[in-house]
Design a protein around this ligand. Structure first.
Ligand SMILES: *[C@@H]1O[C@H](CO)[C@@H](O)[C@H](O)[C@H]1NC(C)=O
Ligand SMILES: *[C@@H]1O[C@H](CO)[C@@H](O)[C@H](O)[C@H]1NC(C)=O
Length: 302
């Protein structure tokens, strides 16, 4: 979920075989080359991690946890519009902690509010939704250290929903951004992984058309909970779905040479449901169907 427009919206991608139709999710991120490698047969409905086993091996230590049993004291709540031509106004009333879950609900409602939090100029929005960002920041700090960021989530299924689970810091993208989930509600079996980096504000040097990976699950991601994770090290970003590695981005490949630039840069965890925006191509606003994302827990291990 970049904070400014990127090439993600440009679209009919020429592959070795064919030009993918512009309204296909695949074409929108230009990730055909990764589809086969990333296809998983391991998705399991209502999977949960075996945290004890993870810690017992002595390999991981839990450094952050929110099971959403009380309130959002670990989080900063975003109030205002966002970027990427998204249609929603983010406000706290679209965030609820209930039955041990965080529920982020997008709604069709007209409100007037700040264009973005840093720009109070009033704008009229046709949708509202919610976004939270962790008060704690994370990064790997030694050459062989790792940060494993995990969440158990049920994705929203409505057309035009753009749920995201990601990390970043300001000024974007000089501290990097790691996208663990970006999905489109109308494609319940798919999501993408990605990262961004650039040494100057608002100028990503990463090429989204080469490093975005489309993950295809064999079970719906919107009907039940799944565990999404990234293991971030100096040299790689390893993504897991329900405990299985489904995507590896390694700094040894030219397109991923910026991964080491993320090393040591503190990032905060972000969860949100955007409505519309330039992650979609040819979005038909009349078909938008607001829905909710459910988050059971977020955990960070190092
Ligand atoms: C998905 O893959 C898992 C693991 O191979 C398998 O147990 C499950 O039956 C598959 N689900 C579907 C819907 O095909
Ligand atoms: C909100 O909806 C109205 C009526 O459909 C439309 O004219 C307007 O452009 C929309 N506003 C935004 C910011 O999308």
């Amino acid at each position: 979920m970049p904070l400014s427009a990127v090439a993600a919206g440009a679209l009919c991608f020429i592959t070795m075989i064919s030009c993918v139709p512009a309204d296909s999710f695949i074409s929108q991120t230009g990730v055909e080359r990764d589809v086969v490698a990333a296809r998983t047969r391991n998705g399991k409905c209502n999977y949960d991690i075996d945290e004890k086993a993870l810690i017992h091996q002595g390999y991981y230590k839990k450094v952050f946890e929110d099971n959403f049993n009380t309130n959002l004291h670990n989080w900063k709540i975003w109030t205002g519009g966002a970027y990427n031509q998204e249609l929603q106004y983010y406000q706290s009333s679209n965030l609820k902690v209930q039955n041990g879950k965080l529920v982020i609900t997008a709604r069709k409602e007209t409100v007037k509010g700040a264009t973005v939090p840093s720009n109070p100029q009033l704008k009229t929005f046709n949708y509202t939704s919610g976004r939270i960002e962790s008060k704690t920041y994370f990064t790997p700090t030694k050459s062989f250290s790792k940060v494993r960021i995990s969440a158990r989530i049920k994705l929203p299924s409505g057309y035009g929903m753009w749920p995201a689970f990601w990390t970043y810091n300001d000024p974007w993208p000089t501290k990097g951004e790691i996208d663990i989930i970006e999905a489109q509600g109308q494609y319940p079996f798919q999501y993408t992984t990605n990262y961004f980096y650039g040494s100057q504000p608002n100028i990503p040097q990463t090429d989204a058309t080469k490093i975005t990976s489309l993950i295809t699950s064999n079970v719906s991601l919107t009907k039940c909970y799944h565990v999404y994770e990234v293991i971030w090290t100096k040299q790689s970003l390893i993504y897991l779905l329900d405990g299985k590695i489904i995507n590896k981005k390694s700094a040894s490949t030219p397109a991923n040479k910026y991964i080491p630039s993320l090393f040591g840069k503190l990032q905060r965890i972000t969860l949100n449901v955007a409505v519309g925006g330039n992650y979609f191509v040819n979005l038909d606003p009349s078909k938008i169907h607001p829905d909710a994302m459910y988050v059971d827990w977020i955990k960070v291990f190092t």
